[in-house]
Design a binder for this molecule. Structure first.
Ligand code: NA7
Length: 538
């Protein structure tokens, strides 16, 4: 371990980690097993796994390929773990998280069933005091917020919501015992990724399913399949090379672009290429051409290709038309599905578009729109998350001078590199707003942040630093840079959760940083220049 300072001796722990998802558990490994620090992680759930612990809805699956949605810090781990399918299911990902925790003996420092209520900095001692919801109080020199990007469920305040007499569920807080929809009339509110994954399976069980759609989403087929052992063998033999290559890509993974511009070739040629990508399946559809997220006309060619697909799959032209999104493809996260559009050919499924027919209220017996009441036994809220800042905002975080994080971020989250925020010394965020996070493969991005934070803590400790803190001016410059980069693309042009637009009253700021490759270089450069943009106080 790095040499202890006086303040460390008076703290209960060198570091407290808030959250036991993939970020939290790796942070514990890094700080305790590799640096010899004392660490306590607090996790609200009764198990580790974060988003993969809570999101147990039918069909929950990662939209990044399983061979790449995994840790790379341990060669033994990545060689020994066997994924069974191209896109891993939630239970398999959760099993993997638990395997990692067991393999590296992490559970003894992770306290489950323990939401954190507050984390308050003391200027005099330079220590953080962390208080749990049950009143346990512990101090630490460093605090790492590993609270996740999609961990705070968004349950819209629809009139009459709590008057419903049947069962209600949120996809992001699904019961562990599962839900049996057999013989039930079910309403699903929302058509984002969670709805798109769960609707085909709910429809197979339910007596009748009514889907309430506010905005149609674009989705491409997953073409999920069992992994071929030969493919796995080859992939594992090239893991290092593949991971290194991915760090050089803007989204941290290789989408295999077919050409620079969608507009430089004929329509027939272009549609043949889209067709190849459609058959391949998955998010790489967005990498078909380099200008899809930069040029509206180019984007429209991809959008229209998907709309044509929808019209070809969905038999009722009016339903097909309602399911065909009007917005920019990729502007809201592209979804990846198995049989979503086909589900609307089933006689027991009804689509209720809400564009010109707003959802008016939930009554004791159902969901009412301008076109009348749909009586149901169950309402499923597939209404997403207060993304990127929701979980942190629920905790009372106070930095120097007692200033709250809520106050500091009142006009939108402000961070330097998504890693730290001025006025909150020795506090770090894993995949915080202002870092690539949700516009990257989350697992490698988590690792990159955890390793950067661990190295930083080690640097501060070995150099007898008392605190490290982002400078306000470097933070301002970074926030503007994140915004400027976003505005060179089409991303800010729709009501996405990247902008916070899905939560009423949330300030609209584009939160993720676009460009894994440039971001990773910047983080390295900051370290090489002696933590440029930070102040280390002795
Ligand atoms: P999303 O993608 O935020 O989707 C939420 C859906 O719920 C979306 O269709 C929303 O419509 C809809 N919604 C939200 N509030 C309402 C109200 N009040 N009335 C009607 N419809 C509403 O969340 P997911 O959980 O599906 O996916 C989140 C991410 O997890 C996903 O991107 C993947 O990365 C994994 P809207 O589009 O806002 O009009």
């Amino acid at each position: 371990m790095a040499e202890a300072t006086n303040t460390t001796k008076t703290a209960d722990f060198d570091a407290i980690v808030v959250g036991g998802g993939f970020a939290g558990i790796y942070m514990v490994h890094r700080l305790r097993n590799l640096m010899g620090m004392t660490v306590r992680a607090y996790e609200a759930g009764s198990g580790i796994g974060g988003t993969w612990f809570w999101n147990r809805y039918p069909g929950a699956r990662c939209d990044i390929q399983s061979m790449e949605y995994s840790y790379q810090f341990s060669e033994e781990l990545q060689q020994e773990w066997e994924w069974s399918e191209r896109f891993a299911t939630q239970p398999e990902i959760l099993k993997y998280a638990n395997h990692v925790a067991e393999r590296f003996d992490l559970m003894k420092d992770i306290q489950l069933n323990t939401p954190v209520a507050s984390t308050i900095y003391d200027d005099a001692t330079a220590l953080w005091t962390v208080t749990t919801a049950s009143g346990e109080v512990k101090t630490a020199r460093f605090v790492v917020m590993a609270t996740g990007c999609l961990s705070s469920a968004n349950l819209p305040n629809i009139k009459g919501r709590d008057s419903f007499k049947g069962d209600t569920y949120h996809t992001g807080k699904w019961p562990h015992e599962g839900v049996d929809f057999t013989g039930k009339r079910v309403a699903v509110i929302g058509t984002g990724s969670s709805a798109i994954q769960s609707i085909p399976l709910i429809a197979q069980q339910a007596k009748h399913l009514t889907v309430f759609q506010r905005t149609a989403s674009f989705t491409v087929p997953a073409h999920n399949q069992p992994l071929d052992p030969e493919f796995v063998r080859d992939f594992k033999s090239r893991y290092k090379e593949i991971r290194t290559h991915n760090w050089q890509q803007p989204f941290g993974q290789d989408f295999g672009s077919f050409g620079e511009s969608a507009l430089k070739i004929s329509e027939t040629e272009r549609n043949d290429i889209y067709e190849k990508q459609w058959q391949k399946g998955g998010l790489s559809f967005m990498g078909t051409f380099d200008d899809l997220m930069f040029d509206r006309v180019a984007n429209e060619t991809a959008a229209e290709f998907i709309r044509t697909k929808i019209r070809g799959i969905v038999q009722d032209p009016a339903v097909a038309d309602a399911l065909a999104p009007r917005q920019i493809v990729g502007c809201k996260r592209l979804c990846v599905d198995t049989g979503f559009y086909d589900t609307f050919n089933r006689p027991n499924v009804t689509l209720v578009p809400l564009d010109n027919n707003p959802l008016e209220e939930i009554t004791a017996t159902g969901v009412r729109t301008g076109k009348g009441l749909v009586e149901v036994d169950v309402v499923v809220f597939a209404t997403g998350f207060d993304a990127m800042t929701g979980a942190v905002s629920k905790i009372d975080v106070r930095g120097t001078g007692g200033r709250t994080l809520q106050d500091k971020w009142a006009e939108g989250p402000k961070t330097y590199l998504g890693l730290a925020t001025a006025g909150f010394p020795n506090m770090f965020f894993v995949t915080g707003p202002g870092s690539p996070s949700v516009l990257s493969n989350m697992l490698p991005s988590i690792e990159q942040h955890v390793e950067w934070i661990a190295e930083c803590i080690d640097h501060v400790s070995t150099h007898q630093g008392r605190t490290i803190e982002a400078l306000p001016e470097s933070e301002e410059t970074w926030v503007h840079h994140v915004n400027d980069v976003a505005h060179t693309t089409l991303y800010p042009n729709c009501n996405s959760w990247y902008l916070g637009a899905n939560v009423p009253g949330k300030v609209r700021v584009f939160m993720p940083y676009i460009g894994v490759n440039t971001y990773v270089d910047k983080c390295r450069d900051v370290v090489a220049k002696g933590y440029e943009g930070f102040r280390i106080a002795r």
